[in-house]
Design a protein around this ligand. Structure first.
Ligand SMILES: [Mn+2]
Length: 336
């Protein structure tokens, strides 16, 4: 069941030594956290606290409603942080220094703490003192579960629930092709540990306002197709959001709804945001690694799910770039 490799076992042992030498650990993740990001920092806070090490998850922005019930009481939300009160930082589910959600408006190089980096992004830049990167895992919480299991660390029901939250959200409820036998084995183990699967499914998938569902219906009215319908994409402007009374963050997850369309192999959402034009990219065809397009746009992520941000371009230009790069990608990878 537990197919941990000897390399991973060695890393896990190093992490154990790193952790147990600390009294207080700050837990960070990527900006605009998702279920795996929250799940990772929340789970490690439960686990470390139960080991007698004080640990504090940090996020700058308010936690979206659907994650509210999973937030541990010690979570630092948008607070000033005294770095001197910690002797280490764990960066979880975050591919590079630039994406880390760091307190006090500082940058990674200003952070006076040693870093343990645990992640499943294929393009992780290994910026930590210790780096445990496994892109074969569906979620960072899958890696953390393996580590917790391997080391027999405390895994309370709250910890197991947070770990399960990351796995369920990063696999789209076990539907994406990053779901492996190991993923399901770990999910089963977490349910044995009293992880609350029902609560997660209820909060993540049966909790949408009718307003949002009607907005999604409107988006399907305005969906675009290209390359014989192999690519489906949404262009989300401020004007469109205003017209439907939806805020920017609410539209962030809509890219995955187009997976349901028969014959579609690639999906993109291009959205106007305060920082610039944001691309979310998905591929359902293993022959087409969508991360290549994200890299061309200056972004990154996973082979089949990636993203990018481009500053100072119009939505028309953003659409042009998308169609150009997708066209090149299809030509390069053929019609398999
Ligand atoms: Mn993740």
């Amino acid at each position: 069941m537990n197919k941990i490799t000897s390399d991973s076992r060695e890393l896990v042992r190093q992490i154990y030594q790193w952790i147990t030498g600390k009294k207080s650990i700050l837990l960070l993740t990527h900006q605009r956290a998702d279920g795996d990001a929250f799940g990772s920092i929340f789970a490690m806070s439960h686990c470390l606290n139960d080991m007698g090490i004080s640990a504090f998850p940090y996020v700058t922005e308010n936690v979206p409603d659907r994650y509210e019930s999973f937030v541990p009481k010690d979570t630092l939300i948008g607070k000033q942080v005294d770095f001197n009160s910690f002797d280490g930082v764990m960066c979880l589910d975050c591919a590079n220094k630039k994406r880390i959600d760091i307190p006090n408006n500082t940058t990674f190089s200003d952070l006076p703490l040693l870093c343990c980096n645990i992640d499943h992004h294929i393009d992780n830049s290994k910026y930590g003192e210790i780096n445990y990167i496994d892109d074969k895992c569906s979620a960072t919480t899958e890696i953390l579960s393996i580590m917790i299991k391997e080391l027999s660390l405390p895994c309370s029901p709250e910890c197991a629930t947070a770990l399960l939250l990351g796995i369920i959200t990063d696999t789209g409820g076990y539907r994406f092709n990053n779901t492996t036998a190991q993923t399901l084995n770990i999910a089963s183990w977490l349910m044995d540990k009293k992880g609350d699967h029902d609560q997660i499914i209820a909060e993540m998938y049966y909790n949408e306002s009718i307003h949002m569902l009607k907005f999604q219906a409107k988006l399907f009215d305005e969906i675009h197709f290209a390359f014989d319908n192999r690519l489906a994409y949404f262009l989300i402007t401020d004007e469109l959001l205003d017209r439907h009374g939806v805020v920017s963050e609410d539209a962030e997850d809509v890219v995955d709804i187009a997976r349901a369309i028969k014959g579609v192999e690639m999906i993109c959402r291009i959205q106007e945001t305060e920082e610039g034009m944001r691309y979310s990219l998905r591929s359902m065809n293993p022959a087409i690694p969508i991360i290549e397009i994200a890299h061309q746009l200056g972004g990154g992520g996973h082979e089949m799910a990636a993203g990018a941000l481009q500053k100072n371009i119009t939505i028309e230009k953003a659409e042009d770039l998308l169609l150009t790069y997708v066209g090149e990608c299809i030509a390069h990878h053929g019609n398999s």
